[in-house]
Design a protein around this ligand. Structure first.
Ligand code: PLP
Length: 367
């Protein structure tokens, strides 16, 4: 179940801490490899068979059903598998959901929230309020002074800043959530949202696809917008308005099945809590590394840390790579390091990271 490489004659286990595309379950990669040339005994690859074939349609339906089970999504919601990643949804969401008030608000909780906000701002005739970040706290999820909104946009996990909303209050009006980096990693009640979207490449599967979960009663036909962005039409066509991202849907389906076998969102959440606790505890007790995020808002999936010295940080990331701990350099906008602990990260990987940090601190801490 491990990825092992040869380095200078010795074998080394590799762990991928990349923020995205992120680590996928080894069991899923093995299955993809095994059946790549013959999907479901068809002697054809999933990359070759028609998306109109019965086999394909059943596979996509099973993927949808498993996602519905995992997130307890009932039939009041449509589940769409669309092209264009999360970024296309930054534009599709306001084009589809703003017919009533032409007024929306965005909690500007970080880099990706800002991108979502920027995309909405480009839409003619739409009033967009930005709720700014407080100095060391996330903007609060609350109604906007009694003003009726088509939706309030929340980014549940801020991938670059390493912050998250672990709780979403009720009674704040319709909420749209970008859950790209913590969907299926911690439990959220889907009934609290009018729409949830997520780029696939963090906790779901290959890049390029977005999952959109939307209340059917928010969907109306929009002949005025590009057809591939019209959620109502995509729902009518079961996400097959054009050829869907077949490989991404197939791989996502395997990840959903893997997660169900793992025990579902509650079970992985317990593992994620424990893994994050191990890393944060180590950092909080370390004399070399620090994380300045307010403890109640710390992300479970993306953990930033730094020595406070950019040269030492760079040295850390490159020495870590040489030890098989890959993808730890922080985002270019914030520097430092970032460990992304998506669902497929085994606890052994987290322990290997902490061991390495301990060793690095002993060697370079100067204490
Ligand atoms: C990665 C990410 C995105 C962008 O996803 P793409 O699929 O590359 O468009 C958007 N929002 C959040 C929160 C992300 O982490």
């Amino acid at each position: 179940m491990m990825r092992i490489i040869e380095m200078g004659g010795t074998q080394m286990t590799v762990y991928n801490f990349s923020a995205g595309p992120g680590v996928l379950p080894t069991a899923v990669l093995n299955q993809i490899q095994t059946e790549l040339k013959s999907f479901n005994s068809s002697q054809m690859s999933i990359l070759e068979i028609s998306h109109r074939s019965q086999q394909y349609i059943e596979m996509q339906q099973a993927a949808e059903n498993n996602l519905r089970d995992l997130m307890q999504i009932d039939d009041r919601y449509a589940v769409l598998f669309l092209h264009g990643g999360a970024t296309l949804q930054f534009t599709s969401v306001p084009l589809n959901l703003t017919d009533q008030y032409h007024h929306v608000a965005y909690l500007n909780s970080g880099h990706w929230a800002q991108k979502a906000l920027d995309a909405a701002t480009k839409i003619t005739g739409l009033k967009v309020e930005a709720v700014p970040k407080k100095t060391d706290r996330l903007p609060e999820i609350k109604p906007l002074d009694g003003t009726p909104l088509d939706y309030l946009h929340v980014t549940t996990n801020n991938t670059i800043e390493g912050t998250a909303y672990h709780q979403v209050p009720t009674g704040v009006g319709p909420i749209v959530a970008d859950m790209s980096s913590n969907i299926l990693a911690e439990p959220y009640d889907i009934n609290q949202f009018d729409l949830v979207y997520a780029g696939a490449q963090k906790n779901i599967g290959p890049a390029g696809m977005a999952v959109v979960i939307v209340k059917r009663d928010r969907l109306t036909s929009h002949p005025d917008i590009p057809a591939v962005m019209d959620y109502w039409l995509e729902e009518q066509k079961h996400s097959e308005l054009n050829t869907p991202p077949v490989f991404s849907i197939y791989a996502a389906g395997l990840v959903f099945k893997w997660l169900k076998e793992f025990g579902g969102v509650q079970a992985i959440y317990q593992q994620n809590l424990e893994q994050a606790r191990l890393v944060y505890d180590f950092i909080d007790n370390s004399k070399l590394f620090n994380n300045s995020v307010n403890p109640t808002e710390r992300s479970l999936t993306n953990i930033g840390f730094s020595t406070g010295n950019s040269q030492l940080d760079q040295q850390f990331s490159s020495e870590a790579t040489a030890h098989g701990l890959i993808g730890l350099a922080g985002h270019r906008l914030v520097g430092g390091m970032r460990a992304s602990l998506y669902n497929a990260m085994p606890t052994a990987g987290v322990k290997a990271l902490i061991d390495f940090m301990q060793q690095f601190e002993l060697t370079h801490g100067g204490f």
